[in-house]
Ligand binder design. Structure first.
Ligand SMILES: Cc1cc2nc3c(=O)[nH]c(=O)nc-3n(C[C@H](O)[C@H](O)[C@H](O)COP(=O)(O)OP(=O)(O)OC[C@H]3O[C@@H](n4cnc5c(N)ncnc54)[C@H](O)[C@@H]3O)c2cc1C
Length: 288
């Protein structure tokens, strides 16, 4: 790899300068680093990786060197940059804390205190590119709620739409709805004892109850694999919206580890689309 590219990908060491609870299930952690001076507002909603040292690996200063082999020495988890204050050299990340996510990411966020150091990669550009649609459909769960909030934050004040949130805390809905006057929020209580098909059916039920306008609709859908797949099918075949180029991201799969999910995604990419017409035959409609 050329030296210049190595420099670009060398991780950053940041220090925790503030930790704050948001509602009952989130922790907002503010990180500071000189490198954040050059991060632009267009990266709010972009992704970065937090890098947790494996036991026996080099220390952070050595891992942050341009030529270090940090990829093999660290466990990585992806997060959304929720906000940036370049002048103060600060960024915020919001961590969802719920019983199932007890891996390295949630464990670090739970225990983080002011003065702790962490290693991270540079954020990508934001994921929602079209900021002038007439109407937005945003679907998220607890871990993708920060991405949904960052997306809404990037929209003009007159933007309109709906957010469907699948999380533990119904107050998440009012928090999101208060960000933009033209946004309504629809909460679906998270219940991990349900199979993903039922959770997906609840989302489709929520979508059916909404008054989605015809015309210029943009989607931003991030969540569990089955939910994202069924929502996309409904939007495409049921609502006849061309989803090409819109952001649909299945970032986790129930009962799968991250590695298993990555493998399943790769296999899925190689398989052809199963059906050209939306049908809820395979969905279990709760209470039906
Ligand atoms: C692009 C992207 C952006 C992300 N942004 C954020 C963010 O801003 N804030 C944040 O908190 N997380 C975010 N995540 C999720 C994050 O990367 C981790 O997956 C999460 O913090 C759990 O990490 P962990 O190491 O604690 O547990 P892991 O060891 O990664 O996972 C433990 C188990 O929890 C399951 N799991 C993952 N997500 C959920 C969920 N929503 N509900 C129930 N179970 C789940 C996984 O299937 C896994 O089996 C993002 C992920 C992606 C891909």
């Amino acid at each position: 790899m050329p030296d210049q590219d190595r420099k670009k990908t060398a991780p950053i060491i940041a220090t925790v300068v503030h930790v704050e609870s948001i509602g009952t299930s989130f922790r907002r952690i503010t990180l500071r680093s000189d490198s954040f001076r050059s991060i632009s507002e267009s990266c709010v909603g972009g992704h970065l990786k937090l890098l947790f040292r494996k036991s026996g690996s080099l220390d952070y200063a050595e891992l942050a060197r341009a030529d270090s082999d940090w990829r093999s020495q660290c466990v990585a988890r992806t997060y959304t940059m929720r906000s940036v204050r370049a002048e103060q050299r600060e960024i915020d990340i919001e961590f969802a804390l719920h019983p199932l996510t007890s891996g390295p990411g949630a464990a670090w966020a739970r225990g983080a205190v002011t003065g702790d150091e962490i290693l991270l990669t540079r954020p990508s550009e934001r994921k929602l590119n079209r900021l002038n649609a007439q109407w937005y459909l945003i679907v998220c769960d607890s871990c993708s709620l920060p991405a949904a909030c960052a997306a809404i934050h990037s929209l003009p004040s007159e933007a309109r739409g709906v957010v469907i949130i699948n999380s533990d805390d119904e107050h998440d809905a009012s928090r999101v709805a208060s960000m933009r006057e033209g946004f309504k929020a629809h909460h679906i209580r998270r219940d991990l004892s349900l199979p993903p098909s039922v959770v997906a059916a609840r989302h489709i039920g929520g979508l059916r109850s909404l008054d989605i306008p015809y015309g210029d609709v943009e989607c931003f859908v991030v969540g569990e694999s089955r939910v994202v797949k069924e929502v996309k099918r409904y939007v495409h075949h049921g609502l006849q919206i061309d989803t090409d180029g819109m952001y649909f991201s299945a970032y986790w799969k129930q009962d799968h580890t991250q590695d298993e999910h990555k493998q399943a995604k790769r296999a899925e990419r190689d398989r052809p689309e199963p059906s050209s017409e939306f049908s809820d035959q395979n969905l279990v409609i709760p209470g039906a």
